[in-house]
Design a protein around this ligand. Sequence first.
Ligand code: FES
Ligand SMILES: [Fe+2]
Length: 349
Amino acid sequence: MHFIKNCWYVAAWSHELEPGRLMSRMVAGESLALYRTSDGTAVAFEDSCPHRRAPLSLGRVEGDDLRCMYHGMRFAPNGVCNEMPGSEKIPAKAKVRTIPITERDNWIWVWLGDPNRADLGLIPEGFGSDGQGWKMNFGQIDYAANYELINDNLCDGSHIAFLHENTLGKNMGRRFCDEHPTITRLPRGVRVDRNFIDQRVVAPWVKTPDSRVDVLTTYDFLVPGIFLFRTGFYEPGTAARIEEGKLTAPPYFERVDQQAVTPMSNKESRYYFAAAHKLQPGLPEMLGHIFGLMSRAFEEDRVMIEAQQRNWDRYPDARPIVATPHDEAPLIMRSHIERMLAAENGVLP
Ligand code: FES
Ligand SMILES: [Fe+2]
């Protein structure tokens, strides 16, 4: 199994880690036990007791500590054993490996690599805690597929025209593949900008004077699989004004999506997704509508990507035979991951 270790992975939504409860998570091939101390601080241990390798996720939270419920050794949040039942002395090596962990934008992030390199500045800026009042809905899906197949999917919106012709691509014809987005390589990812100019409004919640809008969308897709998407519905002419560097009126409606693809094993991945918009009168019902549409579309993705994975398994030596111009963003992402893996393994890219 080859995963980048020196990067931040999303291990859970913050609300999943309940006080007093232990949670086991598989992240990039490593099994983790997560819990919160009495003041709510998240802790991540390697899910393996240094005594006889019992999973610590089968243990018990006791105040700030975690007790292994096989033979009772108890560990402080720094991983050091502070009680060894039946023994007066505690050997120095009675210590669990702790994993750097932090919370930001409604996510719990873990760093599996060298703890000295766990730079919080490398966490992408999401929408969860920006204080702008986003109303957010949360979901997740498990895939029986390698995470890079999901990354490919999220980097290439052309599939919306076909795979999602009855959901996300409805009323859009082939525009998602006939019109090409602007692709920009970023230091740790790729930016995809796509505008739909003077578009007829089909979303009933977007209130405009004449039912026409410029829809401006932009997303960053960042290593290892963080997707931060912003959509704004603006008065027609906005896209041109932005290009000319002129001031624009605020959007009629704005929404964001915050998603993360986390590899669990080579062929198991977890996809965290949230949709949000600003709170406005009459909008909560609309968020449910958007979220339902997205969930249906992601199910379409899951069915296709898992089937694609099975095909790769059947023909392990096969390679994609043809490329399309829409492969640019997925290939940029793959090249980042390859480069980082090579650097970690001491191989020059
Ligand atoms: S395996 Fe954990 S205390 Fe024995
Ligand atoms: Fe999709």
